[in-house]
Design a binder for this molecule. Structure first.
Ligand SMILES: NC(=O)c1ccc[n+]([C@@H]2O[C@H](COP(=O)([O-])OP(=O)(O)OC[C@H]3O[C@@H](n4cnc5c(N)ncnc54)[C@H](OP(=O)(O)O)[C@@H]3O)[C@@H](O)[C@H]2O)c1
Length: 271
């Protein structure tokens, strides 16, 4: 049995689908109900309340864990008590490049490394799916407002993260490894808006926000250190944050999906 946390999320939902298709026994875990493939058990539980995880973990062998809740050691103790022997952590590139801003993810990494379980850590950069935040404005008036219009980053498709996680959960040889996950090349916000326009068959206007405008917007849905860390990555990325990682290609035997591919598959959200 493999327990997948974040079963309602963009990575977790796709991972549950891939594992179930491969005929693995899967439990999808989230606080909200999740529409899951037939035969997949859903476990309503909260990572912020480790005691609530007992039933989901009982008799399981592996865990796909995301960063949520405040006590990773208590989560991992529950996992071990339930019989889990392997954990794949969905961390963040920022845990390596900006450990202070991303200390929550860094603390989960430390706990996983010290857990005594076989562990693998995934460090994705920004997700292509963050462009869903533009959907309402594109639907309303074919406009994207975003900061740092000409700074390119190799954003990663969450479907690729799920595919990498599925391989790691099913095949030996990944214990003790930390993988950096990126897309195939840097794409700027202005280029991303244009690619959505191409998939729509309509021009999408790009309006560059100031850093302050973007910060005010971000603080509505993320804590201040994460907003500051995200703005720093978007505006002044380090060489490591701009670098294309070979890890998706190595693990999947194919190049990572492009932003244009993500836009084409998800265009219904922008119509
Ligand atoms: N977006 C990015 O650019 C980016 C970059 C690097 C890393 N990441 C990391 O990737 C992870 C997943 O991202 P995503 O896009 O898949 O997010 P998402 O679509 O918002 O999904 C998050 C999932 O986590 C579950 N969840 C949240 N808090 C929980 C809790 N306390 N207990 C149990 N489940 C909980 C949610 O389900 P319920 O709400 O139903 O519980 C949901 O299924 C996040 O941890 C994020 O930090 C994201």
């Amino acid at each position: 049995m493999i327990v997948v946390t974040g079963a309602t999320g963009k990575v977790g939902h796709e991972l549950v689908r891939l594992l179930s298709e491969a005929e693995e026994q899967v439990t999808g875990l989230s606080r909200q109900p999740a529409p899951l493939p037939e035969g997949v058990r859903h476990s309503p539980a909260d990572l912020a309340e480790p005691a609530s995880l007992k039933e989901a973990f009982e008799g399981a062998e592996a865990l796909f864990l995301l960063v949520a809740g405040e006590d990773p050691r208590a989560i991992l103790d529950m996992a071990k008590a339930g019989g889990i022997r392997r954990v794949v952590l969905l961390s963040s590139q920022g845990a390596g490049t900006r450990p202070q801003a991303y200390r929550h993810a860094a603390a989960f990494e430390d706990a996983v490394r010290g857990s005594g379980l076989d562990w693998t850590i995934l460090r994705p950069g920004g997700f292509t799916s963050n462009a869903f935040a533009w959907a309402e404005q594109i639907r309303a008036d074919r406009t994207v407002a975003a900061p740092f219009g000409d700074v390119g980053l190799p954003t990663i498709d969450p479907a690729d993260i799920a595919e990498v996680a599925a391989v790691i959960l099913r095949e030996a040889g990944h214990a003790g490894r930390t993988y950096e996950l990126t897309g195939p090349g840097p794409v700027t916000p202005r280029e991303r808006a244009a690619m959505i326009g191409e998939a729509l068959g309509a021009a999408v206007r790009f309006v560059e926000q100031t850093r302050e405008e973007a910060r005010t917007q971000m603080l509505q849905f993320m804590p201040e250190p994460i907003a500051e860390g995200t703005l720093a990555i978007l505006g002044e990325p380090t060489a490591a944050e701009q670098k294309v990682s070979p890890d998706v290609q190595r693990i999947l035997g194919r190049a990572p999906r492009t932003f244009a591919d993500w836009a084409a598959r998800n265009i219904a959200a922008f119509r």
